[in-house]
Design a protein around this ligand. Structure first.
Ligand code: ZN
Length: 160
């Protein structure tokens, strides 16, 4: 049962789960965080101190909830967009955790849907810029995006 913390120690948490796989993600946020994550069900993550110091960052669909310590800025964990009942935990925050002993799977986040502010209400536009109107909208029901194959994707998913 690994314990974890941010850098300054204000935020501490415990993970009551065996970590058998790590993931990386190539979405624009995870790349900048250089994040290596473990997927943990919400029931297995307990914040033991500093919950009031966590800051929340949301972007794109604003479905995922990316938390970080407001004091030291370290990303601790986030609620996943594709699996909102799960957290992605920053494994480098876990005390004594040997990330090199666990297989790492690279997940694709960069290809996930990105919401353009205000676009959806008007789409398809009669003459949308940059030829966007030529690509037919993909319905979530068609499954053509294939996002559901990778539940560990961090950046998001269509609403279920
Ligand atoms: Zn901190």
């Amino acid at each position: 049962m690994p314990a974890g913390s941010c850098h300054c120690g204000a935020v501490t948490f415990q993970v009551a789960a065996e970590i058998v796989e790590l993931t990386t993600c190539d979405c624009s946020l995870c790349v900048k965080k250089n994040a290596v994550m473990a997927k943990v069900h919400e029931s297995a993550l307990t914040i033991t101190a500093g919950e009031d110091l966590l800051s929340l960052y949301q972007w794109n669909t604003r479905r995922a909830r990316h938390y970080f310590c407001s004091r030291c800025g370290v990303y601790t964990f986030h609620r996943k967009r594709a699996a909102p009942d799960h957290y992605g935990v920053n494994v480098f925050c876990l005390d004594g955790f040997d990330a090199s002993a666990v297989p790492v799977r690279a997940t694709e986040g960069v290809g996930m849907s990105v919401v353009e502010t205000g676009a959806r209400a008007q789409w398809p536009a009669r003459a949308s810029p940059k030829g966007r109107s030529e690509s037919a909208p993909r319905s979530a029901a068609s499954g053509s995006s294939g996002w559901s194959r990778s539940p560990s994707r961090c950046a998001g998913s269509p609403r279920r």
